[in-house]
Design a protein around this ligand. Structure first.
Ligand code: ZN
Length: 168
């Protein structure tokens, strides 16, 4: 089932997430639910803290913008072999109506466990590489607004306050 996405300024987004010691049925279900959440929200990826779980699990599916990759569900992901630079205007389901220009490695290798507990590695470039780096950032408590200018951040904080007032 799609899950509710946690949005800024919830402090869960700024915490460093814990390694997953054992891939339980709950973790597999969480990954499935996260995948459904990105599909229902038109996202490209999601990290567990964005659904309120500070554990190192990410789900990435960029097929609707860059077809042919399939979806990835990775436990305890880590990035190596960073090469080149690419600049993208990134959005985030936890930051509605915000995009921030980010420069990241153009090509990377991502290592981690699949949901069967097997060590896997994926070579990625372009949008897929950007998406993996964005999601791994979430596990380290790093979010796109960290890279926004002071002015942009202040304006966004004001917008978020107004949105909340309207909801209450
Ligand atoms: Zn994000």
């Amino acid at each position: 089932m799609p899950m509710e996405i946690i949005t800024y300024p919830n402090p869960i987004l700024e915490r460093v997430s814990e390694e997953i010691e054992e891939i339980t049925p709950e973790i597999r279900q969480l990954a499935e639910d996260m995948l459904q959440s990105i599909h229902s929200q038109n996202g490209l990826g999601l990290a567990a803290p964005q659904v309120g779980v500070n554990k190192r699990l990410i789900v990435v599916d960029v097929d609707k913008m860059d077809p042919g990759h399939g979806c990835f569900m990775l436990v305890n992901p880590r990035i190596s072999n960073q090469d080149g630079l690419t600049t993208t205007d990134e959005g985030c389901l936890s930051f509605p109506e915000l995009t921030v220009t980010m420069t990241r490695a153009k090509r990377i290798k991502v290592h981690g466990l699949n949901l069967d507990g097997q060590e896997t590695a994926v070579e990625a470039e372009g949008l897929l590489a950007v998406c993996f780096q964005h999601e791994v950032d979430h596990l380290n408590g790093k979010v796109i607004i960290d890279n926004a200018s002071y002015l942009k951040r202040t304006m966004y904080e004001r917008k978020v306050r107004k949105l909340r007032e309207r909801q209450n």
